[in-house]
Design a protein. Structure first.
Lengths: 424, 405
């Protein structure tokens, strides 16, 4: 029922999920993803940078490993599907220009420390007085209120506080954060939801509003199990690497194979028994099932097994999987309906046949002329709407003439005068 | 403040279960959509079977995991293996704006409730399917669990220590990431329908949504051929950047220094020990080259402090910092979470008064209005007799035939 993009090519241009929505994006790396998601969906998102370029352009990796504001692949990854202009918001002329832009915008997104945008005269109250339909989405470490709202934070400090680090990592090592800046991505995605909720509210009420996103709370929400475990059982489990806690023992989730790792967890219950039997049958075909062969898995309570018992099974399974390649395991597990997943590195993700089949990757041009690279595509498939993500991330001030000249009607002379005075 | 909930008037027929589906519809329900969760006593939502249970009594109405994923919804029981059950589901679909499901790909079509069936009944229906790998393609039938999404999408191999195995995140991470994109898709689809009159079918996957969150690592591969590796707690654009040991058992404080001003501030808090003036720590790149030594030196200072005192001291000096907290800190002590009502105390009919997780976005004029999660089949009467208008006689007849099991 979903068409592949080959079919889509034959169709006439489809409408985008969000069209006619104008977003002004003032965020830094904490909020980039929100605008990107809305941009992917077809909103006209304009990234507003300071005249010298966004400081987040310093974040690597860099194209060809050459650190340069126009080479940041981090910037490129989270600012595609946006246009870009420069504007100095610290001075009154720049603020006046921003007022003009926001008077005709639907959404302003920002991630300044609480109070800063108000000090610039561009807070929600001020902008909505001119444009009552305006939605302002603020993405900050702790939100706009509360005793910690002015605390200094970054991804790792928020991850630490969220309770996720104390349950992630090996037991004999320090608490571990998840890769890259996951808290910012979580907050960006939540902010996209919040913004669309406000947008829906505006459809019926005609009024905009202020959407306040706390990155901290987004991560606390991701820690979906532990607060309940504490409240109901007064339990506070510690990190245990790749072990999965059972009633009496802990089971392995990660298994080494010849050329990498796969995930697999012995599970109880009816469905667990069926899967275990399928795996034991596979091992038995080469006589490698050992004591696991004689066990009636329908009557065994895996969750209640002792560490010793579990360990003896895991040794058999571990030995079997260690001799297999990722491709072999993937093919056999798929055929037999066993839930084993390959633990991919970037090259494995890039080669994944499923993603290629679904035309997930989308080629976008890099700053170097003629050079394109595959980029993560639309975050879902739609039977109806346009699911191409659009444009590469903007170079510094790339759309100044387009927006200030064509839209605001600034003459070339005015634009170059503003540029000389450091306003654009 | 307006009286109207944001999504008032939007009805969601929700066949989804366990984690990634229910967390998407929870968002819609908390903001006012009428979410009718279709369950069955013959095939209980695994979420209802998941510990922890209130008072440690395993019961479908006592699971905290279920409670946390299904706030503000209505629950009906319906036997979809009974032809009459499917008929009733179709009647419910006629009332719905959105249908949500996360069965294994192909299952809902076999029941006769796939998008192609439902759009015959309601042409502008919006339907979303949520799966690990997608509804189409050579691996559509892939089976997974828990952290399959994190494994396939590359998160797993990027998390951990450089000299050790990859580490699974402490949660089924894709189960919290995917729903955010599912909700985004559904809200955008509502708007699209408003503009065009057209419904649509949405296919979200754990793998494709999780890749969005590690996009820079994928571009590093495609642009530079570089396969990124695990770096523990370090960051490419900050140093020091990690957790440091404090007084007591397994107590830690996170510290992150992004620029020279923050480095100066950190040195001041440490009392400017002589080593901080060494040229090998004079810039971000120098500190990164000598990071092992840097971390060890900072650790020798932090170990003499209580984690909370240390974080407070660093905050006063303007250094990004935070205590490594556990769930008891979040629920019982954290003043920020308390003031912002991150957990809302509500009465549940079986569990009693307990915490309910609020959405982490606050809308100034149309806030979330969280209600407790439903007991199994709690809203059968309301949905079947009031909403669908099934006459009492027929209702009893269907009940006796096991249609509402």
């Amino acid at each position: 029922m979903i068409m592949s993009s080959k079919d889509e090519d034959k169709e006439i241009a489809k409408a985008s999920m969000l069209s006619g929505v104008r977003v002004l994006d003032l965020t830094d790396e904490k909020g980039f993803l929100c605008g990107k998601i809305l941009g992917d969906l077809g909103a006209d998102v304009i990234k507003v940078e300071r005249p010298s370029g966004d400081p987040a352009r310093r974040i690597g990796p860099f194209y060809s490993n050459l650190p340069d504001p126009e080479n940041s692949l981090h910037w490129f990854a989270f600012n595609s599907s946006k246009r870009g202009i420069t504007l100095d918001l610290e001075g009154s002329e720049g603020q006046e220009i921003f007022g003009k832009l926001s008077s005709r915008a639907d959404v302003v997104m920002e991630s300044f420390p609480p109070g800063h945008i108000e000090n610039l005269g561009l807070g929600y109250e001020a902008l909505s007085a001119v444009n009552p339909r305006l939605i302002m989405t603020s993405i900050t470490p702790f939100g706009q209120t509360g005793p910690r709202r002015h605390d200094k934070a970054s991804d790792i400090t928020l991850m630490a506080m969220s309770g996720l680090m104390c349950i992630t990592g090996d037991s004999d090592k320090p608490p571990l954060r998840m890769c890259l800046d996951q808290s910012y991505s979580l907050a960006g995605a939540h902010a996209a939801v919040g913004t669309l909720l406000a947008f829906w509210h505006r459809r019926f009420s005609g009024e905009g509003q202020h959407v306040d996103v706390s990155i901290y709370e987004c991560v606390v929400r991701a820690n979906y199990w532990e607060p309940a475990r504490w409240e109901f059982l007064k339990g506070l489990p510690k990190r245990m690497g790749n072990q999965f806690a059972r009633v009496r023992a802990a089971g392995r989730q990660l298994w080494r194979c010849r050329d990498g790792y796969v995930t697999w967890l012995l599970m109880g219950g009816d469905s667990g028994a069926r899967l275990t039997k399928a795996f034991v049958e596979w091992m038995d075909e080469t006589g490698q099932a050992g004591i696991m062969k004689g066990i009636d898995w329908e009557t065994v309570h895996v969750a209640q097994a002792s560490q010793e018992e579990l360990g003896s099974w895991e040794e058999i399974m571990g030995k079997f999987l260690r001799e297999k390649t990722l491709d072999e395991i993937e093919a056999q597990a798929f055929k037999r309906g066993i839930p084993m997943a390959r633990v991919n590195e970037a090259d494995g993700v890039a080669r994944d046949a499923q993603l290629s089949f679904r035309d997930f990757w989308e080629d976008l041009p890099l700053s170097e002329p003629g050079k394109t690279i595959p980029c993560p595509g639309f975050p879902f498939l739609s039977s109806e709407a346009d699911t191409r993500t659009g444009r590469p991330a903007p170079r510094i001030g790339e759309h100044n003439v387009e927006i200030y000249g064509k839209e605001l009607g600034f003459t070339d002379e005015l634009i170059s005068a503003f540029r000389k005075r450091g306003i654009l | 403040m307006s009286e109207r909930s944001v999504l008032e008037g939007v009805t969601v027929l929700d066949f989804s279960w366990v984690g990634a589906g229910p967390l998407a519809t929870k968002y819609l329900a908390d903001f006012g959509a009428q979410v009718i969760k279709v369950e069955s006593r013959k095939h209980l939502d695994l979420g209802r079977l998941s510990a922890p249970f209130k008072d440690n009594i395993a019961d479908p109405d006592r699971s905290a995991f279920f409670l946390h994923s299904n706030t503000s919804k209505l629950s009906v029981t319906l036997n979809l293996q009974h032809p009459k059950g499917v008929e009733i589901a179709k009647k419910l679909a006629r009332l719905a704006d959105i249908v949500m499901e996360n069965f294994a790909p192909g299952v809902i079509e076999k029941m006769g409730l796939g998008y192609d069936h439902l759009k015959q009944i309601k042409p502008d229906i919006i339907m979303a399917s949520s799966s690990i790998y997608g509804q189409t393609g050579p691996k559509a039938r892939f089976r997974g669990f828990g952290n399959s999404g994190a494994a396939i999408s590359g998160h797993y191999t990027l998390t951990g220590w450089p000299d050790r195995d990859p580490v699974s995140p402490g949660i089924a991470y894709a189960d919290v990431v995917q729903p955010l994109f599912t909700v985004t898709a559904l809200l955008a689809a509502l708007d699209y329908r408003e503009r065009t009159g057209k419904g649509q079918y949405i296919d979200t996957t754990q793998v494709e949504t999780m890749i969005q969150f590690i996009a820079p690592a994928m571009l590093d591969y495609f642009a530079n051929g570089h396969v990124q590796k695990r770096v523990g707690n370090r960051s490419s654009y900050a140093s020091p950047h990690g957790v440091f040991p404090c007084k007591g058992d397994d107590r830690w404080c996170a510290i992150a220094v992004f620029d020279e001003k923050e480095w100066e501030d950190l040195c001041r808090v440490m009392g400017h020990p002589a080593w901080t003036r060494d040229a090998k720590f004079a810039s971000l790149s120098c500190r990164q080259v000598n990071e092992d030594e840097l971390e060890s030196l900072i650790g020798q200072w932090t170990i003499h402090h209580e984690a909370g005192d240390l974080a407070a001291m660093l905050q006063r000096a303007g250094v990004p910092s935070g205590v490594v907290q556990d769930a008891s800190d979040l629920v019982d002590r954290d003043p920020q979470l308390r003031e912002r009502q991150c957990f809302v105390k509500l009465e549940h009919p079986v569990i009693g008064e307990c915490n309910h997780p609020a959405p982490p976005v606050r809308l100034s004029k149309s806030p979330a209005q969280i209600k407790t999660s439903p007991c199994l089949g709690e809203h059968n009467d309301y949905v079947y007799t009031e909403l669908l208008g099934i006459p009492d006689e027929e209702y009893v007849d269907l009940l006796n035939k096991g249609v509402f099991e």
